[in-house]
Design a binder for this molecule. Structure first.
Ligand code: NAP
Length: 323
């Protein structure tokens, strides 16, 4: 089978499309014939080891893990000897970030506990778009943000992968949503249901006169001071996007100190694969409560172009690669 690997750190030029044996699923794994995968900022950050410190976990001089690619959808080809609830022909979706990755290829072996059924009326591309971005949006709103119907939510970076799902999920659960994006994407974000859209190239969204119950910062440019001024008394502000070390440390330290003396919450979030959450997202897609916004879909052979495009930071929703 064909699969993309890399042997050194760098941009998409380090990726090689190689011929390798089809993986033999272990007893608790299934073999998936990959139909689609989606690109995330994590792909190029892992490839480039950006920020540099991640090398301590991923290999100092060269990557310990050769594969990248976490969001995957496909059809089960074979199952391991102890797999009970899945069979060949089942259509599935998964986030395989923490089990070696490998979504960019023809086949991948995945532990059964990471599988979620893809609804029949959802395409492989629309399903593969969801895992990392959708889980991040869902967990930020529901787990970290404890969203309640009627609350006012600000979503900074509302036109990217995380943002497009966050706007729709927040609306579905009854929030009043203000999205922040460039004027170029204003209509698209309004079309996803946002009640108000602020174009960051025309006005500053950091307006202390506006008060929110929940702030999701997918960009990493909402300072602790600005977030504090915009939050209601019991409000929660979540840092999701990477705005650099000094931003993160300043936000966390000041946020921690503020929590000791006040009721507002400031947190950095780390989204995780959770099959229950991914099932909920598939259900929302299936009933049409949310949709995947696909910026562009590339054949798998054009993975390098797809990652280069994602790295520009201007993606509208998600970029897909397909077999
Ligand atoms: N903490 C976690 O667990 C976690 C999980 C997943 C992702 N992330 C991080 O979250 C961030 C967002 O991920 P993503 O997948 O949504 O990325 P993405 O799809 O690449 O985001 C691209 C979008 O960002 C918008 N954007 C760029 N600059 C902006 C600005 N100054 N203000 C508002 N919007 C701006 C762009 O819109 P315009 O072209 O209109 O500017 C574009 O639509 C990334 O940093 C990613 O690494 C964190």
């Amino acid at each position: 089978m064909k699969s993309y690997i890399r042997n050194s750190y760098g941009g998409p030029e380090v990726l090689e499309l190689i011929e390798m044996p089809i993986p033999e699923p272990k007893a608790n794994e299934v073999l998936i014939k990959i139909k689609a995968a989606s690109i995330n900022p994590a792909d190029w950050r892992i490839m480039r080891a950006d920020p540099f410190l991640v090398r301590t976990a991923m290999g100092v001089f060269k990557p310990k893990f050769k594969h990248i690619g976490a969001d995957v959808s496909g059809i089960i080809e074979t199952v391991g000897t102890s797999v009970l609830n899945w069979e060949p022909g089942d259509e599935v979706v998964s986030d395989i970030m923490r089990c070696g990755m490998g979504a960019y290829g023809e086949y991948v072996a995945v532990p059964q506990e990471l599988l979620v059924r893809k609804p029949k009326n959802v395409s492989f591309g629309d399903a593969a778009a969801v895992p990392i971005a959708g889980l991040t949006a869902f967990q930020a709103l529901m787990d970290y943000g404890k969203l309640q119907s009627g609350q006012r939510v600000l979503i900074n970076g509302s036109s990217g992968g995380v943002g497009t799902y966050a706007v729709q999920i927040a609306k579905h659960y009854g929030a009043h949503v203000t999205g922040v994006c460039s004027s170029h994407n204003k209509e698209m974000v309004r079309g996803l249901g946002a009640d108000q859209v602020i174009a960051y190239d025309l006005e500053d969204y950091r307006n202390p006169k506006e008060k929110y119950d929940l702030i999701l910062d997918n960009v990493g440019n909402c300072s602790f001071k600005a977030a504090k001024a915009m939050l209601k008394t019991e409000g929660i502000s979540l840092l999701i996007g990477w705005g650099g070390f000094s931003h993160m440390i300043n936000y966390m330290v000041q946020g921690g100190m503020a929590k000791l003396t006040g009721s507002k919450t400031f947190k950095g979030i780390e989204a995780k694969m959770d099959t229950g959450d991914l099932e909920s997202l598939m259900e929302l897609l299936s009933i049409g409560a949310i949709r995947s916004v696909i910026d562009k879909s590339f054949p798998m052979e054009q993975l390098k172009e797809a990652i280069l495009l994602q790295e520009k930071g201007r993606t509208k929703g998600k970029i897909i690669v397909h077999n």
